[in-house]
Structures are given as structure tokens and as C-alpha cells.
Design a binder for this molecule. Structure first.
Ligand code: URP
Ligand code: ZN
Ligand code: ZN
Length: 465
């Protein structure tokens, strides 16, 4: 058989197995794993390297207008960061404006991504205005491969939906096989706490965290799960930060409810103390939900290892500290923490930060693959095309060099943010090569793939209840 590419001498690591093999690729897919002669195919030697399935980040915001700013990264720079960081697929969020048809929102995001993305991509739909008409539009989205919908219990007046609306959306997914992804924070309570803080002249970035307590996240998580349970459908909690919220997910799962949750590296590696940095530095970490007090992360790590949390995504939502290129940045909130655009970069650092957890004994190697690739592929209708290294799967392959350290810095990262939340941190491994559908995209420091070679992925409806 003629192969296009053979990756020789790799240590293949999946969510379930680890073995030495060559990986043969034909037509963009993995053809076979075993021992092969080159016979004219492009050959890449992976001796000493670990081959894992391409990372899947199911929570990015590229080219997103939010809070008077627009994210620093569009699909071009965001996907460049992704691919250098070992992520070969992203699921970004199309946003429905109030009064707008879901179809229109989807078209807008297709325009933003097409011809720009270096990695394969798909969309969730952020629903902000669920009229009776949009309920049937949800079905059409699922037919178009947009099989998940994000709703918000926070950001009143902007994104927030009330319980009745959430319940209607949940019920609809029973019919159409979609999945509701929930931003679970009690927006009403937070709004009052924010107003109270500002009235007391508490304007510094740290008040962002102090007005968004853990209990506001735990309460909303409990309510979201209860609503899903009443509707009889699964639910996925996005960017879970508080261990008390994770406890709600754990309890639900224990009683057999199909509740799932993702956390993000920032909640595992950073803490409330980052808001106490001098001057306006704390603004770098203003995101929702916020970073939590030290000790919280230990509970999350344990929950991640034992499947109380299923996925690690990034919520990559990068704003520069200083305005640049006509784009306002975090400085919008210099005098008022509630005006700091919420979000931080992360798509480029997720895989290696999680690999550090393997080195530190917090996660097994297989669990690393599970939470960064296999589980998101399964939950979001991409499996077995993505998320696994086996014959027939897309040849999305990341070669990790477990012996070459990497120091994270805004000076060398590829996204457009003017800072990196992990500045100066050295991780124990680096990414040497990245392949998407058999095309070598990254070789060491070099980007080989042309802009726009990422493809839109139509995702399947939910296969589980
Ligand atoms: O602070 C955040 N997370 N910004 C992005 C919007 C969201 O809620 O995911
Ligand atoms: Zn959110
Ligand atoms: Zn987000």
C-alpha cells in the first residue's frame, strides 16, 4: 500500500494504550500502526518522542466582540497559537445577537474562520434570545453540525437567560440531540455585589473576584443540573472554577445524572493571589468565573484525576493589557474593575501545562490524553474521527519531546496577547511536530501549514443520554 507519510519509531500514547509503533498515513487519515518501510513516503523520525492525538480545545473565543473590546486573537493568530501548542481542533463560540436569527450568527462566525484558521474548527452557538422561532432554529443548527449551545446564568442584560428559557432550551435538546453548555454563575447576585463594591469605591481588579463568590458558582451549577435533570437531558458545565461547584457535578454523577464539566488550566495553576499583584497587573487575570483562593486547585486536580471533571479546555479569550491596532484592551477597566474585558489567553499553553501534571504525578499519561482530546471528541460529536490514534481517524498527531523543557513567555508565544498569564514558567516538555490530517503544520519553531487550511467540522448530535 502507498502511504503519504510514515512517522517512524514513535511511542504512541492514547487514552487507553501505550506502545512503540510507526504511524502510517494515507489520504489524511491514519492508515495503520505497526512497522513500515518508507517506500517513497515522507518520513519523520519520532525516536524518543511521544505521539498523542491532536489536542481538542472545546472552548475558545477568537475574534469575539465583548465588553466594548474585541479579542486580540482572530482565527489566524488564535489558531497559530493553538497549533504551536499542540491543539489541532478548536470549538469556538458563534454569538447570537439579541433579535438575530441563529443562522445569521452562524454565517458571521463562518466568515470569521474560513480561509484563516490553521486548525480544524467547529462552533457552539451562544443563544442570547430564545424565541419560539429560535427553538426550531436550534434543530437546524444541529443539522448543520452545530450540536451544542451555550447559555448563560450570568451577565444580566447581555447574555443571561432566565430559568424558564434555559428549561425550554434543555427540553429542545431532548428532541434534537444537542447539548446545553452552561456558564454557571448566579448573575443577579453578582450584579448586586458589583454595584455595592463600586458604591464603596472598591474599583481595583481584585474586586472582580471578591464580587463573584464560589457559592454563586456552586448555586448556579446545582440549579443548572437540576433543570437538566427535570428536562431529562445531559448538561455540560463550562469553565468550572470552584471546587464547590465540582462537588455539585460529582454528586449528580453519583446519582446517575449525565452531568459533565470542563475546567481550565488557569483554575489549576493560578489563584486569587494573582489579583493582588501590584498596580493594575491583576487585570491580566480578570475572567469569569474568577481565579479562586489557594487550596481550591488541589481539589480540582483530584476531581480531574478521578473523572469528577471530564475535560480541560482553555476559555481562550485574549485581550491585550494596552490598546493596540485600534483594539481597546483591559485598560478599559482602569478605574472600574467591572469594565475590564473578561478573559485571558490559554490555547497555546494548555497541552504542555497538562503534561507538567503528568510529570508531577497528578494525572496519568492516559488521563492526559483523555481530558485534552478523547473526552472532548466524544462529548462533542467528533469521535472517532478526532480524539484517538487508530486506523481511519484523521491523522492529527502531536509529537511531544518529554526531555526538552520549554519556557512560556509573551516574547515567544504566537497569539497576539501582550502578556502571558504563565510568563516565565518552565514546563518539562515541548512540542516538536504537529500534523493535521497528515499535513505537517509545525516542525520545531517553524510553521509549515498555509493560513486557512483548517476545515470546518460538522459535529454529530449527541450519541448518549
Ligand atoms: O471571562 C471569560 N470567561 N470570558 C469569555 C466569556 C465566557 O464567559 O466564556
Ligand atoms: Zn462563560
Ligand atoms: Zn468562554
Amino acid at each position: 500500500m502507498g502511504y503519504d507519510l510514515i512517522i517512524k519509531n514513535a511511542t504512541v500514547l492514547t487514552a487507553s494504550d501505550k506502545y512503540a509503533a510507526d504511524i502510517a498515513v494515507a489520504g489524511g487519515r491514519i492508515a495503520a500502526l505497526g512497522a513500515f518501510r518508507a517506500d517513497g513516503a515522507e518520513t519523520v523520525d519520532a525516536r524518543g518522542l511521544i505521539a498523542v492525538p491532536g489536542g481538542i480545545d472545546v472552548h475558545t473565543h477568537f475574534d469575539m466582540p465583548f465588553m466594548g473590546a474585541t479579542t486580540a486573537d482572530d482565527f489566524r493568530s488564535g489558531s497559530e497559537g493553538a497549533v504551536f501548542g499542540g491543539t489541532t481542533t478548536v470549538v469556538d463560540f458563534a454569538i447570537q445577537k439579541k433579535g438575530e436569527a441563529l443562522r445569521k450568527a452562524l454565517d458571521t462566525w463562518h466568515e470569521k474562520a474560513e480561509g484563516k484558521s490553521l486548525v480544524d474548527y467547529s462552533f457552539h452557538m451562544i443563544v442570547t434570545d430564545l424565541g419560539e422561532k429560535n427553538e426550531s432554529e436550534m434543530d437546524k443548527m444541529v443539522d448543520e453540525g452545530v450540536s451544542s449551545f451555550k447559555l448563560f446564568m450570568a451577565y444580566p442584560g447581555i447574555f443571561m437567560s432566565d430559568d424558564a428559557t434555559i428549561f425550554r432550551a434543555l427540553l429542545r435538546t431532548k428532541e434534537n440531540g444537542g447539548m446545553i453548555c452552561m456558564h454557571a454563575e448566579n448573575g443577579g447576585v453578582i450584579d448586586i455585589l458589583v454595584r455595592k463594591a463600586l458604591a464603596e469605591k472598591k474599583t481595583a481588579p481584585k474586586y472582580h473576584a471578591l464580587t463573584r463568590p464560589m457559592s454563586a458558582e456552586a448555586e448556579a451549577t446545582r440549579r443548572a443540573i437540576a433543570l437538566a435533570e427535570m428536562a431529562g437531558v445531559p448538561i455540560y458545565i463550562v469553565h468550572l472554577s470552584a471546587a464547590d461547584a465540582m462537588e455539585e457535578v460529582r454528586r449528580a454523577r453519583e446519582r446517575g445524572v449525565p452531568a459533565f464539566a470542563e475546567t481550565c488550566p488557569q483554575y489549576l495553576y493560578l489563584s486569587y493571589e494573582d489579583y493582588e499583584r501590584p498596580g493594575f497587573e491583576g487585570a491580566k487575570f480578570v475572567m469569569s468565573p474568577p481565579l479562586r483562593p489557594r487550596g481550591n486547585e488541589e481539589r480540582l486536580w483530584k476531581g480531574l484525576a478521578r473523572d469528577d471533571l471530564q475535560v480541560v479546555s482553555t476559555d481562550h479569550c485574549s485581550f491585550c493589557m494596552k490598546a493596540g491596532g485600534g483594539k481597546p484592551g483591559k485598560e478599559l477597566g482602569k478605574k472600574d474593575f467591572s469594565k475590564i474585558p473578561n478573559g485571558a489567553p490559554g490555547v497555546e499553553t494548555r497541552m504542555l501545562l497538562l503534561w507538567q501534571a503528568v510529570e508531577e504525578g497528578r494525572l496519568s499519561e492516559h488521563r492526559f490524553v483523555e481530558v485534552t482530546s478523547t473526552a472532548p471528541a466524544k462529548l462533542f460529536g467528533l469521535y472517532p474521527r478526532k480524539g484517538h490514534l487508530s486506523p481511519g481517524a484523521d491523522a492529527d498527531i502531536v509529537l511531544i519531546d518529554p526531555r526538552k523543557k520549554h519556557t512560556i513567555s509573551a516574547r515567544t508565544h504566537h497569539t497576539k496577547a501582550d502578556y502571558n498569564p504563565y510568563e516565565g514558567r518552565t514546563v518539562p516538555a515541548s512540542i516538536r511536530d504537529v500534523f493535521i490530517r497528515g499535513r505537517r503544520m509545525v516542525a520545531g519553531e517553524k510553521l509549515l501549514g498555509p493560513m486557512g487550511c483548517g476545515r470546518f467540522l460538522r459535529r454529530s448530535p449527541r450519541q448518549f443520554n
